[in-house]
Design a protein around this ligand. Structure first.
Ligand SMILES: Nc1ncnc2c1ncn2[C@@H]1O[C@H](COP(=O)(O)OP(=O)(O)OP(=O)(O)O)[C@@H](O)[C@H]1O
Ligand SMILES: [Mg+2]
Length: 237
């Protein structure tokens, strides 16, 4: 579904932060990128989404070259991106936040259908639709961010650290939300520091070091990999 080849990305000054990354995410699967702080995980997502000043490589979504699509138009070609830093509009209601997710939809009936479908998937958001988004817990706000992108019915959803700062119970809810999306046929590309739980929710994973893929394997194999547990899961050899 999403095919990335030879991806290079950076912020200028001659240093490449993402240095030749190949990755694939198929419909129905969650693929997680792990790696230390500063490895370039967020930059991969930003580079795919055309948000870095320096970029090169091949980005193909469902057979279509999307390398030069502007970030503003990415949702219309089926790619959604939820950044690491929270992005709900706190002073808008939950319903208004969802409405913002459909700003590219001109068909009102379609907007209403999509909103109803998304609200069905997230009963908490439906029940509290007229409350300010600021009144939601951190985890609920994360769900609202995910729900908001679903209004455009993307094929691929990229999530940067969806579990960051959440209580363990909310972490589980967020990962099970990602699983539900995969089961609904979406391709999920996730970046996570919560390595074990993220891999447990994933089909496959990539280990990134200094902007390059060091290991690529099934999630179960990565969980069992001694290098991964020592470096990224706080387990001592
Ligand atoms: N806007 C920017 N301008 C310049 N350099 C940046 C910018 N954003 C990130 N960098 C640099 O790029 C490198 C990789 O950053 P990135 O945010 O991709 O890492 P990460 O793997 O997501 O880390 P973390 O786990 O801390 O989120 C870092 O050295 C960082 O300082
Ligand atoms: Mg990051």
């Amino acid at each position: 579904m999403l095919k990335v080849r030879g991806l290079k990305g950076g912020y200028g000054g001659g240093r490449l932060i993402v240095d030749g990354v190949d990755l694939d995410v198929e419909a129905g699967e969650i693929v997680t990128v792990i790696g230390q702080n500063g490895a370039g995980k967020s930059t991969i997502l930003k580079t795919i989404f055309n948000m870095t000043p320096v970029r090169d490589g091949e980005i193909v979504l469902d057979g279509t070259d999307i390398f030069s699509v502007s970030p503003y138009q990415m949702l219309t070609v089926g790619l959604a991106y939820i950044p690491q830093h929270h992005s709900v509009f706190p002073k808008l209601t939950i319903a208004e936040n969802l409405r913002m997710g459909g700003y590219l939809l001109t068909d009102n009936k379609l907007l209403q259908e999509r909103t109803a479908k998304v609200e069905e998937m997230f009963p908490i958001l439906k029940a509290r639709r007229n409350e300010f988004a600021a009144s939601l817990s951190g985890g609920e706000q994360r769900m609202l961010e995910i729900a908001r992108t679903l209004i455009m019915d993307p094929k691929v959803v990229m999530l940067d650290e969806p579990s960051i700062g959440l209580a363990p119970k909310m972490v589980d809810i967020v990962f099970s939300t990602a699983r539900r999306l995969a089961e609904a046929g979406k391709a999920i590309l996730m970046v996570e520091q919560n390595v074990k739980k993220a891999l447990m929710a994933s089909e496959r994973g990539y280990v990134l070091e200094l902007g390059q893929v060091r290991i690529k394997d099934d999630a179960q194999a990565l969980i069992a990999d001694e290098r991964v547990s020592r470096l990224y899961m706080g387990v001592r050899a």
